[in-house]
Design a protein around this ligand. Sequence first.
Ligand code: HEM
Length: 516
Amino acid sequence: MRSALSARTKDARSRFCRGNPSFGAHVMMAASISTAAYCPGRRRGHCLHIWLNVNLTVESWFQKQGPDMNAAEKTRGLRGWLDRRYHLTPLFEFLRRKEVPLGTHWMGWYYFGGITMFFFIVQVITGVLLLMYYQPGEATAYELIRSMHSWSAHLMIISLTLHMFSTMMLKAYRSPREVTWVSGYLLFLLTLGFGFSGYLLPWNKLAYFATTVGTNIVRSVPLLGSWLLEVLRGGQDVTINTLYRFFAAHVVILPLAFVGLIGLHLLLIQRQGMAPPIGEKIAPRGMKFFPSFALRDVLLWLACLTLLLTLTVFLPYGPGIPGMDWELGEKANPMAPAYPGIKPEWYFLWEYQLLKEFPPHLFGLEGPQVCLFLIAILFGIWAIIPWLDRRAYHNKPSPAFSDFGWAAILFLTYLTLTGWDIGARGASSELAAMHNVARVCAWWTLAAGAVVIVVRYWLYEDRWFFLAGAALLHVALHGLVGMSYLLAGAISVVLAGLVIATSRLVGSRSGSTGSN
Ligand code: HEM
């Protein structure tokens, strides 16, 4: 029994304290103190069970320990006062020793989580200020704060996207950080929810019609479609009830869920530390979090604040491109006819464009239904990447998953550019405009893809390009050859599958070389 318990203890210690030995020592000390103090006369196994469930999460930070107790008694001032009551010394000690791993990768990627956090804080502050003046359905004078809130939302989504893809490329999701990835993924979904619900709140003509189009998509969800639509809209149509629902979601439901999840995300990062570069069990060097990394963080936050204020003052209604324009315009009028060319925010453009590429009917189902099914599969794969990438799990470079990340970026780039109608100007007819857009966007995406491949080849010594290659082939077949989007996609996926299977069969070296 005793040896089983000590094995469990060791296992728990190694899982929770990987890369953080001092923290591990705190946990172990807390364990022995609490076992003796709280469980006199009780069975030890029972006590250890309690410890595993409770102490690992709370006491290891706040448990008073011998030397620290003395330190707390001696410390004067506010810190001593707090320490004697709340036993914060272990927490301060932990933070003092905290390090960020240095490796061959660019350290800059480690800052995007913090930058996203900064923009989220700006969102909360400006959101509360807006709340003081905003009344649903009324136009009120709060433009500067509104502009700041809108700019900060866009900048937050940009930094969030960079953070998500950088943690993906660095394989920071690998064991034991799977839950960090999943909590981040849920934060990403909630952020999109904020964007979608916030869009309707100005209650102007554009927001009204964009929300009508956007919410209409859920109608295609099999079986639950019309029920979901009614839940979302508060009726069959977009009315003032929809506005009240979106308002409640935007200012209460989503923030509550977001704050809970962000707490979990940050707690996990504190417990496990940041992921060392893949392939190295323990990071060879580390940068002290306090003060070195934290000061850099603060400096970057100041730069972000300067950028945000500059944009707010000089471009109060956005850069004026579709999907980034928040001039109030006319008030919403459900009786007014819908006007063509309504687009969602830029970060939803890829979905909007993908829906447009599907025919009305496919495989006996409605086209949008098949499209939603495909999007659900893609989102599902993204959520479980930590469990799919077996090489990264064993701390080995997994170039196929880096390539998957790049293929996803190219796929999103092409759809977003075409959704933006880049290249449509000057065309004689709607059909000619569509062909022009596809061609121009294909050239842009192919150029970006070529740069990515060359950089990965030379700088990172990657040799695995099958998926990024398939994404580029898809773009070329659709945009340059003029094939339908779905046929081009099917050909590219089948070809990629064949090439990967063949290369595996002939034992090609390409699968085992490369960096991340
Ligand atoms: C509002 C959303 C988010 C905030 C505020 C946030 C914040 C942070 C912060 C401050 C860090 C530590 C420093 C860093 O690596 O940048 C971090 C790490 C991490 N985040 Fe996020 N994050 C968010 C969303 C996401 C998303 C969408 C994902 C992925 C789906 C994600 C996955 C991760 C992972 C795996 C780590 C660990 C990095 C490592 O160990 O090197 N996060 N996050």
